[in-house]
Design a protein around this ligand. Structure first.
Ligand code: PAF
Length: 280
């Protein structure tokens, strides 16, 4: 069934108010559209846990530190609505910029610590934009549960921290990364890859797996990292921004997985920035 597309806050509140009064759990899946099977797996997880599910689509200007990235971000609202039909979601929340950031909007939500590394260090202001819009999406939808992909693992930790610190009555659930058959983590940005770049893209995940296997055999991470970076550049990647191990809970940088940890990567291929992470 086609979900109603809601574009104003009073309409949204009218719906969610009824659901709240009926004691129903409301799940929210925040997205910027260009939906793929990764997003749809979040919707499926939300449907399992909640009586009501809202998918939000808003390309949030505050989280883009590069104007070209914002301009080029894929926008596919009609196709997105069609992809959601089989899930029978209860609402699509598609606010316009004025609903989200009306004139005189002056509030910023900023999470410290977790944002000092990786995406926070490489993309100044990015996580303030994410934390600000997600705080608004949580309060706008009055959701009891939210679903985030582990593909953006740092984002999941930042959002969970923000919700705990601000006493928002919501549980933030992580959901596993969904990969294409060749291992490439699904991402809306994959749509921007040329056919040629798309065939090279899975090398990132392959090299990450090779590092994880090497570390498991007791080899030194730095040696494995340097060799993987060299091979990625030879394959056609133009820059590896980071390929690093961080603790799974607080993202402290580690030389080796001496406590539960993940291997994180960000790399450029044909003008597209890809990120990924795996347990190590
Ligand atoms: O992961 C995303 O698509 C975005 O960062 C989010 C969570 C929808 C906030 O704009």
């Amino acid at each position: 069934m086609t979900a109603p597309i809601i574009r104003t806050l009073p309409e949204l509140r009218n719906l969610t108010g009824q659901w709240q009064r009926a004691g129903e759990r409301i799940g929210v899946v925040p997205t910027m559209g260009a939906l793929h099977d990764g997003h749809l797996s979040l919707v499926a997880a939300a449907k399992e846990r909640c009586e009501r599910v809202i998918v939000t689509i808003f390309v949030n200007p505050k989280q883009f530190n590069n104007p070209d990235d914002l301009k080029n971000y894929p926008r596919t609202e009609e196709a997105d609505a069609r992809k959601l039909e089989r899930f029978d979601v209860d609402a699509l929340w598609v606010p316009d910029g004025d609903q989200m950031y009306p004139e005189h909007f002056s509030t910023n939500v900023s999470v410290t610590g977790l944002t000092d590394v990786m995406e926070g260090a490489k993309r100044p202001g990015h996580f303030d934009g994410v934390a600000t819009v997600v705080t608004k999406l949580f309060t706008q939808t009055q959701a009891t549960d939210a679903f985030f992909g582990e593909k953006d693992y740092q984002q999941f930790l930042v959002v969970r921290r923000m919700a705990l610190d601000l006493d928002l009555p919501i549980t933030v659930h992580p959901c596993p990364t969904i990969r294409d058959i060749d291992g490439l983590a699904l991402s809306s940005r994959n749509l921007l890859l040329s056919d040629r770049a798309r065939t090279t893209a899975p090398r990132l995940f392959e090299e990450m797996e090779a590092i994880a296997e090497g570390v498991a055999r007791g080899e030194a991470f730095e040696t494995l990292r340097a060799a993987a970076e060299k091979r990625l550049l030879a394959a056609g990647y133009t820059e590896v921004e980071y390929l690093s191990i961080h603790a799974q809970d607080d993202l402290a940088p580690l030389d080796a997985p001496t406590r539960p940890a993940r291997l994180f990567a960000a790399a450029w291929l044909a003008g597209v920035r890809l990120i990924d992470n795996i347990a190590i």
